[in-house]
Design a protein around this ligand. Structure first.
Ligand SMILES: Nc1ncnc2c1ncn2[C@@H]1O[C@H](COP(=O)(O)OP(=O)(O)OP(=O)(O)O)[C@@H](O)[C@H]1O
Length: 275
């Protein structure tokens, strides 16, 4: 399986605290990879290193560019890395609440075309821009609320818009931060199905952090486990969840105890959370 994103001995210290400790990993093209670990394990710091929001203390990040070559992006800016095809799910608080879903996605398309100074295009009759935005809206299943102002959307639909904005930039890799956080059981199930469908129907590779273990198991081709900044496990859900170190460190299980005891049963805020 070819890597679309890889790190080599990636390290980030804050003073003497090692938040990410020489992590070497490759993310396979077309897969859904979850990164899990308890609070403070280094997940956010790792994401910030991948997206160029933080500089590493040492080590390397490489991203497969649109021309197929692996590019060293370690010292590139966050904008450069986004333009090369790595998109981080926009956070809900980054939505333009007073604009419709369609206009928000049109803005994402504008940034994709590197027309960030051409924000006036949002009020124009640019049919190519609008058609591209509609394609994304249909892909994510937001047609019914396309003309709704984001402020009036349900929490679940706002999280879908975040994904639509990320996809709007035509990325090769999308990083999602806890895509089911704050969702009820029905919304959680729909989000898991949506990410799986998007992964099937597009070439997009997804990297997801998630605390809900039922979601992680349901969604992932592969799971990476961070603990104190170190990568302690890397494998399929079955492999990772039967790993003694993972079971003891996070699931609080020993020996033959049932795996299900460490998993949530309703996708909600229960014992299935890692942290
Ligand atoms: N800017 C910073 N300055 C100092 N220490 C930091 C900074 N950012 C993170 N840390 C520390 O680095 C470690 C890893 O934090 P990080 O936020 O990456 O973990 P996390 O796995 O994302 O945790 P959570 O699940 O709670 O979001 C923690 O000990 C944290 O306190």
């Amino acid at each position: 399986m070819s890597p679309v994103l890889e790190t080599e001995d990636l390290r980030r210290q804050f003073g003497r605290l090692v938040a990410v400790d020489d992590v070497t990993v490759d993310i396979h093209a077309g897969e859904i990879t979850s990164i899990i670990g308890p609070n403070g394990a280094g997940k956010t710091t790792f994401y910030n290193l991948l997206t160029g929001r933080l500089d590493p203390t040492s080590g390397t990040v490489r991203l497969r560019g649109r021309d197929g070559d692996l590019i060293d992006v370690t010292d590139r800016s966050a904008n450069d890395i986004a333009n090369l095809g790595l998109s981080r799910g926009f956070q809900i608080n980054n939505l333009f609440e007073g604009l419709t879903v369609l206009d928000n996605v049109r803005i994402a398309r504008i940034t994709r075309e590197n027309r960030t100074t051409d924000i006036t295009a949002i009020t124009s009759e640019d049919s190519e821009l609008t058609d591209g935005a509609w394609d994304v809206i249909e892909l994510v299943g937001l047609e019914d609320v396309a003309e709704t102002e984001c402020a009036n959307l349900s929490h679940g639909d706002k999280r879908k818009v975040e994904i639509a904005l990320a996809l709007g930039t035509d990325p090769s890799v999308v990083l999602l931060d806890e895509p089911t956080a704050g969702m009820n059981a029905t919304e959680t199930r729909q989000m898991v199905q949506l990410i799986g469908r998007l992964n099937d129907e597009t070439d997009t590779t997804f990297v997801v952090t998630e605390h809900d273990m039922e979601v992680v198991v349901g969604i992932s081709d592969r799971i990476l486990v961070l603990d104190n900044g170190s990568l302690i496990a890397d494998g399929t859900p079955d492999e990772v969840l039967s790993d003694e170190q993972v079971r003891e460190a996070y699931l609080g299980l020993e020996g033959d105890e049932e795996l299900e005891a460490g998993l949530g049963t309703d996708g909600g805020d229960d014992g299935g959370e890692m942290a």
